[in-house]
Ligand binder design. Sequence first.
Ligand code: TYD
Length: 134
Amino acid sequence: MNIIDAKILELPKFLDARGNLSFIEENKHIPFKIERTYWIYDVPGGVARGGHAYKENQEFIVALSGSFDVILDDGEIRKVFTLNRSHYGLYIPKGMWRQMENFSTNSLALVLASTKFDEKDYIYDYESFKIAVE
Ligand code: TYD
């Protein structure tokens, strides 16, 4: 997959005197069916998460609270996306090397995934990733 397929997607936002409400429907606001949801929280300062690619899994990441950076690399181009609002998220196609870092205190990353957890879907070695996407 090419890095241009990775995109910030705006979500619906209903604003009234009681505050904001946003939501996500599969195959509508994001381009896949949701098979799994997980979240990343209480990340100590200075720590990086990820540092791997998925062969099949696609993801959509929302910063429900705080901020962090998602660094994507398609084997040729590297791009940094800063997520810091909960009315948009980052769509990550399969086959993208990715890392998350610069987590602010109390940040909360919601991740929607297109596949069930499968350790065999991970590529942990960057050189193997480069060969796979050549
Ligand atoms: P990992 O994907 O390595 O986290 P990150 O990409 O943020 O560095 O996952 C950490 C551990 O959690 C790993 O042992 C696998 C496990 N895990 C599950 O069991 N199910 C899941 O859905 C996820 C995402 C991880």
